[in-house]
Design a protein around this ligand. Structure first.
Ligand SMILES: *[C@@H]1O[C@H](CO)[C@@H](O)[C@H](O)[C@H]1NC(C)=O
Ligand SMILES: *[C@@H]1O[C@H](CO)[C@@H](O)[C@H](O)[C@H]1NC(C)=O
Ligand SMILES: *[C@@H]1O[C@H](CO)[C@@H](O)[C@H](O)[C@H]1NC(C)=O
Ligand SMILES: *[C@@H]1O[C@H](CO)[C@@H](O)[C@H](O)[C@H]1NC(C)=O
Ligand SMILES: *[C@@H]1O[C@H](CO)[C@@H](O)[C@H](O)[C@H]1NC(C)=O
Length: 439
């Protein structure tokens, strides 16, 4: 196998989190990027079909925070050891339940067919709407197995089939079903050549969606960047050595460019890192040890049990690319919010799921996550979300939803924006450093 070129970029765009926008998204559409050359792909359009939005409208904010609740419930369920069905979320009824907020462009098949895929570091198996799909949205970006000479459906005794949580074999083909929001999805496991940037991965295993009912399936596919055996990271181990980093662009930045950098070359060398922890019950998730939180210089008094990693309960802290706003377990969030309010010392209001909002100009304290061996200090851009309603600004974090007895802290995408986040699996570490994302 040829050595990988110095590094590969995939450009990441913020995915419009509301359905109508996504359907405007097509790899060949009017807002599409020019052809990609070398190892850099051009950026994908985002929120509105072609241009950046002004501050979030309240309705957008509310639906973003609702979508986030569903995602959080899915992750919380995935972290609990008693639920071994990692594809079955406990919540339903919301759109885009497991969907990631960021998309990249990929190509599948021979000759290559362009696709859009959500990037999800908490999932493993890639899945895509296939052209024969019954029940998929007509606006989906379909993959046509018939038009690919390298497409291969997998049989039940193929090794990848044994990695599925609940495979079923009505005929000889390996199939599996899962639910996604209110949809039931039936897929066949298959292999084909996946191309990203200037690299080609032959015999890439993915799930081809054969049918769906219920209507909450997003129109694009998903690429799982988790740690399990069927993830992109595991399948490309010999090429990228289970090492990648990303820079997630700001939701409100006029420049939506972000990059996913795959492999060893070009990764930051001088970066503070924290050990990566493994939960054998939930092998996909990137757990780290969050030791404490500071607001300004004040280290919060949080019961250690609220932050401690425990693989048998699923408790601890993960990084996730598909949750937009950081969620902390109740005692941790309450301590953070109370200190934050004390520092701001102004009249507090709420907006939807955000309970610490202010009208008018106020000075916000910085928030620092203290991980084992690494501090991550958030700038205002990572802390505050601005609403278009007057001058309302909210602390862009929340506690676990009321009815959920969650033990999981999720460091979400808004808090990671404009940082380089490195996932170095061979050395079992996660690194974070501030970096304005540019293409
Ligand atoms: C693909 O080919 C098979 C066999 O020729 C055919 O039954 C099927 O309808 C085709 N599917 C599509 C989406 O064209
Ligand atoms: C999967 O879904 C398909 C289509 O709805 C159905 O025919 C099949 O019985 C399901 N398989 C299992 C194991 O539930
Ligand atoms: C993990 O949680 C279980 C169940 O609550 C508890 O029995 C165990 O002591 C915890 N382990 C650690 C290392 O705290
Ligand atoms: C909070 O604001 C009030 C009124 O503006 C002021 O009297 C008080 O000293 C402030 N408290 C702190 C801790 O700054
Ligand atoms: C994190 O910040 C604290 C407080 O400033 C400091 O004591 C500690 O050394 C820092 N840790 C690292 C790894 O930089």
């Amino acid at each position: 196998m040829a050595l990988p070129p110095p590094f590969f970029f995939l450009l990441i765009a913020t995915l419009p989190s509301l359905f109508p926008f996504i359907s405007a998204f097509s790899p060949l559409g009017p807002c599409s990027a020019p052809p990609d050359h070398g190892s850099t792909l051009h950026i994908l359009p985002t929120f509105s079909p072609c241009s950046p939005p002004s501050p979030f409208h309240d309705t957008t904010l509310l639906s973003l925070s609702n979508r986030d609740v569903s995602r959080f419930l899915y992750l919380s369920a995935a972290a609990a050891p008693s639920r071994r069905r990692s594809f079955v979320p406990i919540a339903s009824g919301r759109n885009l339940l497991q969907s990631s907020t960021y998309v990249a462009r990929a190509f599948l098949g021979t000759p290559p067919q362009p696709l859009l895929v959500s990037l999800d570091i908490s999932s493993d198996v890639a899945w895509l709407p296939c052209s024969s799909c019954s029940g998929c949205l007509p606006s989906s970006v379909f993959f046509s197995p018939n038009r690919s000479s390298s497409f291969l459906p997998l049989t039940c005794n193929s090794p990848p089939c044994s990695f599925l949580p609940i495979p079923s074999c009505p005929a000889k083909t390996c199939t599996f079903n899962f639910t996604y929001g209110s949809s039931s999805i039936s897929t066949t496991l298959a292999q084909d050549t996946l191309s990203l940037a200037s690299d080609s991965i032959s015999s890439y295993t993915f799930a081809c969606i054969a049918s769906t009912s219920g209507g909450s399936l997003p129109p694009q596919g998903l690429l799982g960047l988790g740690r399990g055996p069927l993830s992109f990271i595991s399948q490309t181990k010999n090429l990228y050595f289970s090492t990648f980093s990303y820079c997630l662009p700001g939701f409100l930045s006029p420049n939506f460019a972000g990059t996913l950098r795959l492999g060893l070359s070009g990764q930051p060398q001088r970066i503070h890192t924290t050990p990566l922890l493994s939960n054998p019950h939930r092998p996909s998730l990137y757990y780290v040890n969050l030791k404490s939180i500071r607001v300004g210089r004040k280290r919060l008094s949080i019961p250690p049990s609220a932050l401690a990693f425990n693989s048998s309960t699923g408790a601890g802290t993960i990084f996730d690319s598909g949750t937009m706003f950081t969620r902390l377990v109740s005692p941790a969030y309450t301590a953070l919010r109370d200190e934050f309010r004390l520092r701001v010392n102004s009249t507090v209001s709420s907006l939807g799921g955000f309970d610490t909002c202010y009208n008018g100009p106020v000075v916000f304290p910085t928030i620092t996550f203290e991980f084992d061996g690494m501090n991550m200090t958030l700038s205002e851009e990572n802390t505050i979300i601005h609403s278009s309603r007057g001058t309302l600004s909210c602390l862009a974090m929340a506690s676990a939803p009321d009815n959920v007895n969650s033990v999981l802290n999720v460091i979400a995408s808004m808090q990671q924006q404009n940082h380089r986040v490195l996932f170095d699996l061979p050395n079992r570490r996660v690194g974070v450093s501030r970096e304005p994302c540019t293409s």
